[in-house]
Design a protein. Structure first.
Length: 127
């Protein structure tokens, strides 16, 4: 059975290519792909492996920060209060999401709801 029948390209499998990935060449390839699509590459790829690691750890640590507020709500109102609170918050969040979705659909931008969140926010809260 040859490589074409196995579904493997002549250059090797994707796994083999990933091991030999050169970031400088890969970034140049990404820029060439964007240029071929008619876009100007503007993204600065300046995050190191440590930056990505610590960002991932910060995101993964969020559930552990919920412990104290949740135990306070259990003591203060019980399970019914927590359940109804989640339902009310989800309904209100959905209203906001629908409103931002309507704005983004009516006047589309590349950022979509993020752009409209920024535009609607008070200047005090814009970052």
């Amino acid at each position: 059975m040859n490589h074409a029948e196995k579904g493997v390209s002549e250059k090797g499998s994707d796994h083999e290519q990933a091991k030999n990935y050169d970031h400088a060449v890969g970034d140049a390839g990404d820029a060439a792909d964007l240029t071929a699509l008619g876009y100007k590459p503007e993204l600065k790829r300046n995050r190191s492996m440590f930056t990505l690691l610590f960002q991932s750890l910060a995101i993964a640590a969020i559930p552990y920060g919920f412990g104290a507020p949740l135990i306070n709500s259990v003591y203060g109102g019980g399970q019914l209060t927590m359940f109804l609170g989640w339902i009310i918050v989800c309904i209100l969040d959905e209203c906001i999401a629908i409103s931002l979705g309507e704005l983004a659909a009516r006047w589309p931008t590349s950022a979509g709801p993020y752009y409209w969140s920024f535009q609607i926010a008070s200047p005090k809260y814009r970052t």
